[in-house]
Design a protein. Structure first.
Length: 159
């Protein structure tokens, strides 16, 4: 098929080694690579560093750190559910979370749903004025499930 004057047909991107790398928009390093088992194991290790759980005042306190996004949200959810299986009450502390995308929000929603299904009271700590709290407010996250500090959440759950 002929191209209009001044336009060239699209071609595969050719790397420095002379090999073609698919369509122009699908270049290595732009999120289109296949994920191997080694990469999945590295993600698992990173997730373990992003989730800490300890007991405080009879509740499980889950602290999330760093980014919770499409790359680790499923692993975060799995780790939290596994480590809080027998908890009578749960506080999910997002104070250390620097980024929360739609997968992270879905993870949070599914965690809250899972705890409510097993009738374990749950509160989410998201400091007032923070980016994560702004996101939760924007999407209409239930305000009665939110606390501004860990102490507020623990006081509410242990009344």
């Amino acid at each position: 098929m002929a191209c209009p004057a001044g336009h060239r047909p699209s071609r595969a991107w050719v790397g420095a080694d002379g090999t073609a790398h698919g369509r122009p928009g699908h270049r290595p390093g732009y999120g289109h690579e296949r994920v191997d088992a080694t990469a999945a194991q590295r993600d698992d290790e990173v997730t373990d560093e992003r989730v800490t759980v300890h007991g405080e005042r009879g509740c499980a306190v889950v602290r999330l750190h760093g980014e919770v996004d499409h790359g680790n949200a499923e692993l975060v959810e799995r780790d939290v559910l596994t480590t809080t299986r027998a908890a009578a009450g749960v506080v999910i502390d997002l104070t250390g979370v620097t980024f929360l995308d739609s997968a992270g929000l879905r993870c949070l929603d599914q965690l809250v749903t899972a705890f409510r299904t097993r009738q374990a009271p749950v509160l989410v700590v998201a400091p007032d004025g923070g980016a994560v709290r702004g996101t939760l407010d924007l999407i209409g996250f239930l305000p009665d499930l939110l606390a501004g500090t860990l102490d507020e959440a623990l006081a509410e759950l242990t009344r």
